[in-house]
Design a protein around this ligand. Structure first.
Ligand SMILES: *[C@@H]1O[C@H](CO)[C@@H](O)[C@H](O)[C@H]1NC(C)=O
Ligand SMILES: *[C@@H]1O[C@H](CO)[C@@H](O)[C@H](O)[C@H]1NC(C)=O
Length: 226
């Protein structure tokens, strides 16, 4: 290697903490478009004297599996629904949600578009007629789960909001942690997790893990340079 060892060491000392720090901070950011949509829905509800809904991660994860059931078919969103049995047979098991804690779905809002709509844009796509507004403001709901996902790393982009009348503390209970396969691709509400957006997890190595790998490779390279 042409570069003398000393400047390389200085460079390593300067860059390594930055690389390690960025790997660590990637894990606990609160940036999540599905949570942002839930916040918009709750502020619209409270402005109309309806209750604020509890953001349930089990229901949010189910909303993401609900999107996956459409297999990227945007045109099916308005007139087709996954069969009821999907909740007990596919959605709950995929999410690690205890089937016995599934509660009644009291409403749903579903939208799809080729270009990614941000949470405020999604709100207007999901709530666009009197029937949607009735679902949005219904007194039958106590909890909510929202999700967004792209398709095969791109569009079309789906948003799904599921409402339930269950008791937030005891319904859609997750056993341990939500399985990684149920989280990707896309984002869902209520899990306090960083989520990069609708194509989140569409690539096999997460951004945090690849930064960590880069940092480790850098350490190895420096060790050889000595
Ligand atoms: C709630 O959303 C509806 C539908 O988009 C809209 O017409 C209404 O003005 C909103 N209410 C508030 C208080 O923002
Ligand atoms: C609330 O639930 C009742 C009883 O199931 C039903 O008749 C009514 O249509 C629901 N209201 C809305 C706005 O969905």
């Amino acid at each position: 290697m042409a570069m003398p060892a000393r400047p390389l060491l200085v460079l390593a000392a300067l860059l390594l903490p930055a690389l390690l720090l960025s790997a660590a901070s990637a894990a606990d950011s609160k940036n999540n478009p599905a949570d942002q949509l839930v916040a918009l829905i709750n502020s619209n509800r409270t402005a109309s004297k309806a209750s604020s809904l509890s953001d349930n991660q089990g229901l949010g994860c189910i909303a993401l599996q609900y999107i996956k059931a459409y297999e990227g078919q945007c045109s099916d969103v308005r007139n087709k629904k996954p069969p009821e049995t999907s909740f007990t047979e596919i959605f709950a098991p995929s999410c690690g949600v205890q089937v016995a804690t599934l509660s009644k779905i009291t409403g749903r809002l579903m939208g799809c578009q080729s270009k990614y709509p941000s949470p405020p844009e999604a709100f207007h796509i999901l709530v666009n007629d009197a029937k949607d507004l009735q679902v949005l403001h219904s007194k039958n709901h106590t909890e909510i789960g929202a999700a967004v996902s792209g398709t095969d790393g791109g569009g079309p982009y789906f948003w799904c909001v599921l409402f339930s009348g269950g008791k937030p503390a005891t319904s859609f209970k997750v056993d341990g942690e939500v399985p990684k396969t149920a989280m990707h691709p896309g984002c869902f509400s209520g899990n306090n997790d960083d989520c990069a957006g609708p194509t989140n997890g569409a690539v096999p190595i997460s951004a945090g893990a690849s930064r960590l790998v880069a940092a480790l490779l850098f350490v190895v390279a420096c060790a050889f340079a000595l």
